[in-house]
Design a protein around this ligand. Sequence first.
Ligand code: FAD
Ligand code: MLT
Ligand code: ZN
Length: 489
Amino acid sequence: ADAYPQVQRNNQFKKLSSDDLEYFKSILTKQEILYFGPDSDTKDLDPFNEDWMRKYKGQSHLVLKPKTVEKISLILNYCNEEKLAVVPQGGNTDLVGASVPVFDEIILSLNNLNKIRHFDPVSGILKCDAGVILENADNYLREQDHIFPLDLGAKGSCHVGGVCATNAGGLRLLRYGSLHGSVLGLEVVMPNGDIVDSMHSLRKDNTGYDLKQLFIGAEGTIGIITGVSILTQPKPKAINVSFLAVKDFESVQKVFVKAKNELAEILSAFEFMDKRAIQLTKKHIEKDTPFPLEEEYPFYVLIETSGSSKIHDDEKLETFLESAMESEVVVDGTIAQDNTELQNLWKWREMIPESSQCQGGVYKYDVSLPLKDLYSLVEVVNEKLTEANLLGDAPKPVIAAVGYGHIGDGNLHLNVATRLYSKEVEKVLEPFVYEYVSSKHGSISAEHGLGFQKKNYISYTKSEPEIKMMRDLKKHYDPNGIMNPYKFI
Ligand code: FAD
Ligand code: MLT
Ligand code: ZN
């Protein structure tokens, strides 16, 4: 309770009793229960109670890891009857404090529900359990000449169900679209234990409300996703990655427009990062930058193309780069010559989250803004932190405020890397960042969700009637409020 003075435990929720534990033991095997308490073997449940950023920590004593959908149904039905609060958990890579308990909620982990169910190579439709790790799903698909239509830095840990529950965007949304489009069906266990099977394999189905959308991005507040049916994509035969330096944010936008026009159908990612993000990453991964830097450039972009013909794509990319350099929109750059170089270039982008977090902590803001205003937020925040005398060498708390993200999606990530989490820093950042985003008609969450971090800020993006509609839905499907309580709804 001391950790979160702004929220109180809801005493309508029952505290776990020995009878409850006995019930769970009667329906689950030993491998499906982790209990931390008197007489238990478990040392601690920290990996389940604590989030990836080490910013949020709950005090749950019980993790349930059922192996079947039927067991999940029994668990939820029991928890609903007994008013025991539950946090669904996938790979626990969430970045807004949504995947961990706030108090003593039971953690329902999908780790053991991890089978590929079916793949149809003609339609490209994959059906799998929610607990399949994203990278495992992708590796399986690659053997069948397909790829998962979503990729992100946490792929080695996050679950297929977890990315659906957060509606994660990732590195190739610009090419493959959002999960709201590629997910074709879900299997969900509702709080009362009902199993709703809508694992469709239909591209088109206009029979009333598109119910699966209710769970995509719901952050586990309505039901537990147990199965996912998703349209995958053919594996590209040719992939190129170039890493370019540009002189200002105006040029980042110019290169983006040029890439859309000239690389067109083969453009598969367009990412940007500022100098401070690269400096932070350089310090963390202790490598030389992708190309010798005569000077440090203010912005970098990573452009990926994916297509079916190497000769065609190479030619297109070379022509694009030549004219971009000639017109001085791009001032320096490199193209990966083989797969190792390609992976290395991606590393400079994918390691920014870890590099921002590893020296103590990170305040993360994941926002949508009109492209012309996108970077201004990073500049204003740097000014505010400098004015408040909080940014600089130790003992100042803030190491750097860096900007990067998915230009193609109008999605900025602002990471404020700190030596420690401090109320003083938080006060400068919040609600300022949310007010700023709202004043530009942006969204306070582009892709990471709201979770616990943004529970009080939803009205900066959603209107009152929208919030009421969300509350009505929540009340209807989860009348006892047991699903992921204390979060955004
Ligand atoms: P968890 O973290 O376990 O849970 C996330 C939320 O979903 C919680 O609210 C949880 O209660 C709920 N949940 C989980 N599983 C289920 C289920 N089966 N049914 C119902 N609810 C469930 N996000 C992006 O959008 N784009 C990125 O590029 C990106 N990159 C990342 C890189 C790194 C290094 C990290 C650490 C995170 C990144 N993320 C990114 C954050 C992203 O939200 C998560 O990686 C991912 O979506 C969460 O999946 P998970 O299985 O870990 O879910
Ligand atoms: C990313 O784009 O790298 C992810 O959204 C994760 C992050 O910003 O930390
Ligand atoms: Zn992102």
